[in-house]
Design a protein around this ligand. Structure first.
Ligand code: OAD
Length: 272
């Protein structure tokens, strides 16, 4: 047995014995790469490494409100590849939905905008989409909502949609949180739940973007934090009870499911 597997046994025991009943999960793009959606910062496959053709001042500009107002085209070129609809939840998403089904999910904080949490059946009231999502869109000037069917048509052609009020004519943008925009108030309302967690799972995030990256720091020092990620990130591993499961997160989650006796249920639910 490796150290990781032994530690996952300890995590499984916490859940099975009823000591961990309030599991808080924090996720990022790494839980959706197995669904075929690129993450942002992986060196060769990440979106930011593949934006050269868009001629941006820096990769993050594609999600920057100041830049978007000057030049919205690069975002819409990218939106075509990211738009929800053609992707299916991963084993990791399904594992989180099992936690919810078993009344163990205290809260899911996700940075992802792909709506795969909802697609996996995780109840909406347990999800904080900290960076918004592609679910709705509006004019950035007058805030008038923009119809979903028109949005889909524009995104499919990588065209920039304009406000339905022709007098206004403002740029339309999905309700994704860009750099230089505030996070939804729900994020701050639910942040205290990280302090009342009795187990925390951090999955598929580089923890590079604040304030989300500060969430694992809200967790009391004696509460185990488990990291499922290709690489070590943030301060994960600095607490005595932290568990590092380095590798692809679906494999890590399967190991935990084995230790919990949930593996068959996980695979069956995932296959649908
Ligand atoms: P990143 O691309 O910054 O980080 C993804 C992390 O997941 C990295 O540490 C990868 O090594 C890891 N990873 C990739 N595939 C994995 C896999 N199959 N299993 C396990 N780990 C894997 O993505 P985020 O942390 O989500 O903002 O990025 C945060 C924010 O930066 C995003 O929400 C986005 C971006 O700017 C907006 O869109 C507003």
């Amino acid at each position: 047995q490796t150290l990781t597997e032994r530690s996952l046994d300890a995590v499984a025991h916490l859940i099975k014995s009823g000591k961990a009943r309030r599991v808080v999960v924090m996720t990022g793009a790494g839980i959706s790469t197995a669904a075929g959606i690129p993450d942002f910062r992986s060196p060769e496959t990440g979106l930011y490494a593949n934006l050269a053709a868009l001629d941006l001042p820096e990769p993050e500009a594609v999600f920057d409100l100041v830049f978007f107002k000057q030049n919205p085209r690069p975002f819409y070129v990218l939106a075509k590849d990211l738009y929800p609809g053609n992707f299916h939840p991963t084993v990791s998403h399904v594992f989180i939905s099992l936690l919810a089904q078993k009344s163990l999910l205290h809260q899911l904080f996700t940075q992802n905008i792909d709506c795969l949490e909802r697609a996996a059946g995780i109840p909406g009231h347990l999800i904080v989409e900290a960076h918004g999502s592609f679910a709705d869109q509006r004019c950035i000037d007058c805030k008038t909502a923009y119809p979903a069917d028109l949005m889909r048509a524009h995104v499919a052609r990588a065209e920039v949609p304009r406000c339905v009020d022709v007098e206004c004519g403002g740029l339309v943008k999905p309700d994704i949180v860009f750099f230089h925009e505030a996070l939804p108030s729900l994020f701050y309302d639910r942040m205290p739940l990280a302090e009342t967690a009795d187990l925390v799972l951090v999955m598929g995030t580089s923890l590079q973007v604040h304030p989300f990256a500060g969430l694992p720091e809200q967790v009391p020092g004696d509460v185990p934090r488990v990291l499922f990620n290709l690489e070590r990130v943030g301060s994960l591993g600095s607490h005595a009870d932290d568990v590092l499961v380095l590798g692809d997160c679906d494999s890590g989650v399967r190991l935990l499911a084995d230790a919990l006796g949930w593996r068959e249920e996980l695979e069956a639910t995932w296959r649908g």
